[in-house]
Write a protein that binds this ligand. Structure first.
Ligand SMILES: Cc1cc2nc3c(=O)[nH]c(=O)nc-3n(C[C@H](O)[C@H](O)[C@H](O)COP(=O)(O)O)c2cc1C
Length: 215
């Protein structure tokens, strides 16, 4: 995580596949790039292929699980990306969800969704299933999930998107989450911080303070 978002917005982006050379990462890279245009926002990618997440319930105290939960707990908002595998979202994305705790640290967090698929109907089913599960665990799943169909024809070998309209839609996953967070989460966080600090200290003239009358 870079430190630009220190005290500000922190976004965690989950890559929902570990398939070598996967297209989900190429789409997610555009979302990350869009987030990085905002200098006050920190972004961190969760890449399960670099982790050893235990099977659900197998080792709830694993260091990887704890690290994952701490990272997501500190996030202001989350992006979930998934390929469509067998008419649903990936088991890798589900493994991440299972490792977020029960109850989940995702509860109450805004989540924006991105799905990609080789098929022409896109990742509609994957996104619907993902929305259902994330809502079940209490996440605030934002409207406007982005589904990319025929994804194998959308990027070149270097990961450049070959279609401006599709690129715009993919980038909107970032702006959607950022706009929501700035409008709804940041004011709440600021209010909570004020409440913790207590009301502003009122200046009392010394003579009244000495007399014990502040009014
Ligand atoms: C196990 C598996 C199941 C898949 N099932 C579907 C599917 O149901 N519908 C579809 O459009 N594509 C399916 N695909 C193709 C993926 O959508 C394709 O690999 C695409 O590039 C997105 O996944 P990726 O991020 O792994 O590249 C499947 C691929 C795999 C490996």
């Amino acid at each position: 995580m870079n430190d630009k978002g220190n005290g500000g917005i922190r976004i965690v982006a989950v890559l929902g596949t570990a398939r070598p050379g996967n297209f989900t990462a190429k789409a997610l890279a555009l979302v990350i790039d869009e987030i990085k245009k905002h200098r006050d926002i920190a972004v961190q990618v969760i890449d399960p292929s670099t982790m050893e997440l235990p099977f659900p319930g197998a080792d709830e105290d694993s260091a990887q699980t704890r690290m994952l939960q701490e990272t997501v707990a500190e996030a202001t908002g989350v992006i979930f990306s998934t390929p469509e595998y067998h008419g649903s979202y990936s088991s890798v994305a589900k493994l991440v969800i299972e490792n977020l705790g029960f109850p989940s640290v995702l509860a109450g967090k805004p989540v924006a969704l991105l799905g990609v698929a080789a098929g022409q109907i896109g990742a509609i089913k994957a996104l619907e299933h993902l929305r259902s599960v994330l809502s079940h665990i209490g996440a605030i799943v934002l409207p406007g999930p982005v589904s990319v169909a025929g994804v194998q024809s959308v990027f070149d070998d270097e990961g450049r998107c070959l279609d401006d309209q599709i690129e715009k839609r993919i980038r909107s996953v970032a702006t959607n989450l950022i706009d929501y967070t700035r409008r709804n989460i940041c004011p709440r966080v600021a209010l909570e911080a004020m409440t913790r600090r207590g009301p502003p200290v009122r200046w009392v003239p010394p003579e009244r303070e000495a007399a014990g009358t502040s009014e």
